[in-house]
Design a protein around this ligand. Structure first.
Ligand code: HEC
Length: 145
């Protein structure tokens, strides 16, 4: 009985620590905040929902700005990814922000990250603010500690 109890505690502790380290693994967009597959899916969704205004290469058209490099990346510098996600969630597509689900927007944001040369990783970009907020959007790669 005692042994079974001990084994149970060890198993639980291992499970907990591994799920914990998974959840905390990605601190910023340079550490692989989305998966390659998600970004590929996001590309199609971007073309469907966003490209009419922002352009098929994210180059920007008239008032709709580019979503690539330079000014765009620095607009969101040092903020949690939840802030950019909220911006997209509440205001984009400009003509119908409620017409596109959170999940779809997370995949589109994954594509946007890949187009801005942030690396892919093993964990999908989440669509919950509580999780997105732990990932920092750093315009430049933070120095290693
Ligand atoms: C009907 C046209 C239109 C569509 C469709 C559209 N956008 Fe936009 N978007 C704009 C315009 C215009 C702006 C700038 C003015 C504003 O913010 O309202 C903008 C601004 C943005 C910004 C802020 C850019 C910055 O410099 O920080 C983001 C991010 C964005 N759009 C993402 C998206 C995404 C993702 C989609 C698809 C889900 C999308 N937009 C679809 C017109 C559009």
């Amino acid at each position: 009985m005692n042994l079974i109890y001990k084994l149970l505690v060890i198993t639980l502790a291992t499970l907990l620590s591994s799920s914990f380290s998974n959840a905390q693994a990605v601190n910023n967009v340079w550490e692989g905040a989305y998966t390659e597959e998600q970004a590929m899916n996001g590309e199609n969704l971007y073309q469907e929902h966003c490209s009419a205004c922002h352009g098929s290469q994210m180059q920007g058209i008239e008032e709709a700005p580019t979503l690539k490099q330079g000014a765009f990346i620095y607009n969101w510098d040092d903020l949690g990814v939840d802030i950019l996600f909220q911006r997209i969630r509440t205001t984009m597509p400009l003509d119908d922000p409620r017409g596109v689900s959170r999940k779809i927007k997370a995949d589109i944001l994954a594509y946007l990250m890949s187009e801005n040369n942030f690396p892919a990783g093993k964990i999908k970009l989440p669509y919950q603010n509580s999780r997105l907020k732990r990932i920092k959007w750093n315009a430049q790669k933070p120095a290693d500690d």
